[in-house]
Design a protein around this ligand. Structure first.
Ligand code: NDP
Ligand code: OXD
Length: 316
C-alpha cells in the first residue's frame, strides 16, 4: 500500500518515523511538489491543492486534526480537488477531548472565581473582596456536542455547573440540557438565552460561519463570558469588540483567529478583557494520532467500517 504524507509544519520527519513504525508494510513517502506518482492513502495537514488534485487512485485521506475546514475550503474554491472515491477521515479525540476539558475548566474557573480581576487588583496592590458568582445560576452553554463538546460538557457537569448544549441532531448527555437546531433558529435562541458563559466547539462550515455575532452575543446574559476554541471564522471580531465596549460581554478567551498567527497590532492583543492563546487548546498528539490512523488504515484494508468519516456535503 502506497501512503503519501504531508504537513507544512516542521515535524514531518517525526511523523514519518512514527508512521513507518506503525505501518511497517506500507510504502510511505513525504509528498514533494511535482510528485504525482500513485498513492492509495494520504495523511495530511493543510495540504496544497496540487497534492490532492487528480489523484483518482486515493481511497482515503486522513486529516491530522479534528477540523476539516481547510481541506473542504480547497474543494469549495476549486471543485474537483478531492478525489471522488476517496473518503475523508478526521481525528476522533486522540487526547484532544481531555485537553479541551482542561482548557475550558481553567478558563471558566478563572472567570467564575474572578481570579482575572484579582490579578488586576494585585497590580494595583489593592486588597478588596469581590462578590463571587453564584454557581447555581452560572449557566454554561456549549455550542457543538460532538467528540470534544460532549466531553467538555460532562467535565463542567462534574464540577456542579448548570450546563446546556447545542447540536444539529438531538443528543442526550446526563446532566446537560440539550437543544437541537441550526444557528439562529428558535432552538438556538432558547439555548443561548441568558447564558453566563458561551463555549464554542462547532466545526467551521458555511452554516456556522460567523455564528458568534452581535445577534448571538445579545442573547447571552449581560456581562457574559465568551470562550472560542473552535475556529476564528466563527467569530465576527468587530461584534465582539463592540459587545465588550458596551458591557454585553465582560471578557473573552480566544484560542483561534481568522488569520493565524494573529497579526501584529490586532486590537485583540492589548485588549484588557481578552485572553489569547496561540491555537493550543487541544494539540494534535502524534503518538495517539498515529495509533488511531494506523488502526483505521488496517481496518480499511480488511474492508471494515471505520469512524470519523467526514460527510462532505454537511461539512464536518
Ligand atoms: P464533531 O464533528 O465530533 O462535533 C461537531 C458538533 O457540532 C456536533 O455535535 C454537531 O452536531 C455540531 N454541529 C455541526 N454543525 C452544526 C450546525 N450547523 N448547527 C448546530 N450544530 C452543529 O467535532 P469535534 O468535537 O471533534 O471538533 C469540533 C471542532 O473543534 C473541530 O471541527 C475544530 O474546528 C475544533 N478544534 C479546535 C482545536 C483547537 O486546538 N483550537 C483542536 C481540535 C478541534 P451533531 O451532533 O448533530 O452532528
Ligand atoms: C484541529 C485543530 O482541528 O488542531 O484538530 O485545530
Amino acid at each position: 500500500m502506497k501512503v503519501l504524507f504531508y504537513t507544512p509544519q516542521s515535524d514531518a520527519a517525526d511523523w514519518l518515523r512514527d508512521l513507518s513504525r506503525a505501518l511497517p508494510e506500507a510504502d510511505l513517502r513525504e509528498w514533494q511538489p511535482g510528485d504525482d506518482a500513485p498513492a492509495d492513502i494520504a495523511i495530511v495537514w493543510r495540504p496544497p491543492r496540487d497534492m490532492l488534485a487528480g489523484r483518482d487512485g486515493l481511497r482515503a485521506i486522513f486529516n491530522l486534526g479534528a477540523g476539516v475546514d481547510a481541506i473542504l475550503a480547497l474543494e469549495r474554491e476549486h471543485p474537483g480537488t478531492l478525489p471522488r472515491n476517496a473518503q475523508l477521515v478526521r481525528l476522533e479525540d486522540t487526547g484532544m477531548a481531555q485537553q479541551m476539558a482542561e482548557y475550558v475548566t481553567h478558563a471558566v474557573l478563572r472567570y467564575m472565581r474572578r481570579f482575572d480581576e484579582y490579578d488586576l487588583q494585585q497590580a494595583q496592590q489593592r486588597w478588596h473582596v469581590l462578590e463571587p458568582h453564584p454557581r447555581e445560576t452560572f449557566t454554561i452553554g456549549i455550542l457543538g456536542l460532538g467528540v470534544l463538546g460532549a466531553h467538555v460538557a460532562k467535565s463542567l457537569v462534574s464540577l456542579g455547573f448548570p450546563v446546556r448544549g447545542f447540536s444539529r441532531s438531538a443528543r442526550e448527555i446526563d446532566g446537560v440540557v440539550t437543544f437541537a437546531g441550526l444557528p439562529h433558529d428558535t432552538q438556538f435562541d432558547a439555548f443561548a438565552n441568558g447564558l453566563k458563559v458561551l463555549v464554542n466547539l462547532l466545526p467551521h462550515t458555511p452554516d456556522t460561519h460567523g455564528i458568534l455575532d452581535k445577534r448571538s452575543l445579545s442573547k447571552l446574559a449581560r456581562g457574559a463570558y465568551l470562550i472560542n476554541i473552535a475556529r476564528g471564522a466563527h467569530l465576527v471580531e468587530q461584534d465582539l469588540l463592540d459587545a465588550l465596549e458596551q458591557g454585553q460581554i465582560s471578557a473573552a478567551t480566544l484560542d483561534v483567529f481568522t488569520d493565524e498567527p494573529l497579526r501584529q497590532h490586532h486590537p485583540f492583543w492589548k485588549h484588557p478583557r481578552i485572553s489569547i492563546t496561540p491555537h493550543v487548546s487541544a494539540l494534535t498528539l502524534r503518538e495517539e494520532s498515529v495509533v488511531q490512523i494506523a488502526q483505521k488504515i488496517v481496518a480499511l484494508a480488511r474492508g471494515e467500517r471505520i469512524g470519523g468519516i467526514v460527510d462532505i456535503a454537511r461539512g464536518y
